[in-house]
Design a protein around this ligand. Structure first.
Ligand code: FAD
Length: 310
């Protein structure tokens, strides 16, 4: 059995693994895809002390750092459920899709999240070539350009306000007849000279020139007329979905499916900790996920040293 088993090989899980292994405890890391979301990222320019790197390079560095500590990495395996300890301080187990199970004294959950996609033609083809999901990450790449934000909830309107300070013009596109964001955000957006809001609009296609985005088509849901916008970038802000479906009924989840944690990364189950995009911690970023992964590992170590001697 492991002292600590980490579920997830993104920045949160990798940081947790390094911090746990440095305590000299038996550490395992299980991941469906070591590296996580950064594998799908091109430029990373906001990880402090690293002015510029690329996602796959960053993921390789995460893995190298973790392997350097002799962590037992179980890659390309998906967890399907957890069984908490029968008695306080006992072993818990993690079930895998392969049918196997892993035993551990403590567990750190860092399964991350995925951006909800529009699922329209061109979106996949131009991902990272104008189609973006993270304004904090990719906003500066569109300095002085024309962009659209898809989605009029809080994250979409926040993104549009944020981007308006960087880009030449931002068009916010909402499917419904009205925006769903807080009134104060809507007022702020309405006050910006370089922002336009289009409601009752269904995005239908991302257009590109073969190498980058050049526009977006949408249907006016009232008149049924088709329209096309000339754009350099499209920020899709229709939801970030935590990868926690398989945890329902074990650890407490928020109404949005995020793992509820306290300031120490503790979940509702003793001995189970969590970190990163899958949790209730706001602002989903690499540096935040990594910091919280370190914190969860230190909390797991605190938990382990308080267990009765075996
Ligand atoms: P993830 O990176 O999502 O990793 C989750 C891990 O858990 C993966 O290894 C996954 O395979 C594994 N996993 C999930 N479910 C299971 C399961 N059931 N069984 C086994 N393993 C499982 N942030 C920045 O700070 N700067 C940027 O420039 C930036 N750019 C981005 C660009 C894109 C296109 C995207 C999508 C995100 C970007 N982000 C950026 C956000 C950043 O990638 C995330 O905040 C960060 O990766 C979260 O780390 P995490 O460890 O919580 O989760």
């Amino acid at each position: 059995a492991y002292d600590v088993l980490i579920l997830g090989g993104g920045p949160a899980g990798a940081a947790a693994a390094v911090y746990a292994a440095r305590k000299g405890i038996r550490t395992g890391l299980l991941a469906e895809r070591f590296g996580g979301q950064v594998l799908d990222t091109m430029a990373i320019e906001n990880f402090i002390s690293v002015p510029h790197t690329e996602g796959p390079k960053f993921a390789a560095a995460l893995e190298q750092h973790v392997r350097g500590y002799g962590v037992d990495i179980i890659n390309l395996q998906r967890a399907t459920g957890i069984t908490p300890a029968a008695a306080p301080g006992g072993l818990m187990s993690v079930q895998l899709a392969s049918g196997a199970a892993l035993q551990t004294k403590s567990l750190i959950l860092s399964p991350g999240a995925r951006w909800r996609q529009m699922n329209v033609p061109g979106e996949d083809e131009y991902r990272n070539k104008g189609v973006a999901y993270c304004p904090h990450c990719d906003g500066p790449l569109f300095k002085g350009k024309r962009v659209a934000v898809i989605g009029g909830g809080n994250s979409g309107v926040e993104a549009a306000i944020d981007l308006a300070g960087i880009v030449a013009h931002v068009t916010l596109i909402e499917f419904d007849a009205q925006l769903r964001a807080d009134a104060v955000l809507q007022r702020k957006l309405a006050s910006l000279a370089n922002a336009t809001v289009i409601t009752s609009a269904l995005s239908t296609e991302v257009h590109g020139d073969g190498s980058k985005v050049i526009g977006l088509s949408y249907k006016d849901r009232v008149s049924e007329a088709m329209h096309r916008l000339d754009l350099d970038g499209i920020f899709v802000q229709i939801g970030l979905v935590p990868n926690t479906e398989w945890l329902k009924g074990t650890v407490a989840l928020s109404p949005r499916g995020e793992i509820e944690i306290d300031a120490r990364g503790e979940t509702s189950v003793p001995g189970v900790f969590a970190a990163g995009d899958a949790t209730t911690v706001p602002y989903k970023q690499i540096v935040i996920a990594a910091g919280d992964g370190a914190k969860a590992a230190l909390s797991a170590f605190d938990y382990l040293i308080r267990l009765a001697p075996a």
